[in-house]
Write a protein that binds this ligand. Sequence first.
Ligand SMILES: NC(=O)c1ccc[n+]([C@@H]2O[C@H](COP(=O)([O-])OP(=O)(O)OC[C@H]3O[C@@H](n4cnc5c(N)ncnc54)[C@H](OP(=O)(O)O)[C@@H]3O)[C@@H](O)[C@H]2O)c1
Length: 236
Amino acid sequence: MSGKKTAIITGASGGIGAGLVDGFLGEGYNVVATSREANRKLTSSSSLILLDGDIGEQQTAAHAVEAAINNFGTVDVLVNNAGIFLKKPFIDFTTEDFEALVSTNLLGFFYITQRTVKEMLKQKSGCVVSITAALADRPIAGVNGSISMITKGGLNSATQNLAIEYTKDGIRFNAVAPGEVDTPMHRDDPNDLTLQPAMKKATVKDIVDAVLYLAQAGHVSGEILHVDGAAPARRW
Ligand SMILES: NC(=O)c1ccc[n+]([C@@H]2O[C@H](COP(=O)([O-])OP(=O)(O)OC[C@H]3O[C@@H](n4cnc5c(N)ncnc54)[C@H](OP(=O)(O)O)[C@@H]3O)[C@@H](O)[C@H]2O)c1
């Protein structure tokens, strides 16, 4: 075992997740990176294990946590980054939409967080950061993501509840809630600049910096850190 800290990052193959992988490696962490196409899109190293799998399935969570423990000895940070966002009028959402959002955004949080917390309880330390969305509590007219926000708002609430449940065990839970970020998620959607009142998207680095802060902020727990260019402070 290396003595370095270990981070598990979900949704690691692109966008914010790929930035998180680079960010944590740059801070000297060992990283277990998982997504459906992690091996096709990233390159492994002695500090970086890549695992392919759907985060909405139990076995993906099991493999990631086992890889961290068996190869590096601990799980110090879990970043629940894998997620999808569907935007459409409420009356057009389908059961398939609902199930896809629940699978990736909620089961994808539940399975791996539960397994990780079991390890963190043995360690008596750990940090979980979930990437949610500013829209969950700062909705914007014309950006219709109601069912998507059931999941992201749910993760914010779970973060605050878990922070209380596990504070005595030394495990911290926080969320980063981005506004619009310049990633493939919005590449084909030019209208999405309405998401960002400053008419400027966040960069992946803006989000990575927030997660790295929370990873080392030892007395911060139960916080929802918005990274959205001060949306509520503006009128546009
Ligand atoms: N971009 C934004 O404006 C924005 C705003 C607010 C919140 N967020 C949140 O930030 C997080 C990252 O978003 P992003 O913009 O980086 O998205 P992205 O560019 O679409 O990347 C999403 C990542 O999640 C992985 N993924 C998707 N479905 C998966 C599944 N079922 N199982 C495993 N991995 C899966 C993808 O990898 P594979 O294809 O390899 O599986 C990919 O690496 C998401 O939770 C998103 O909701 C983003």
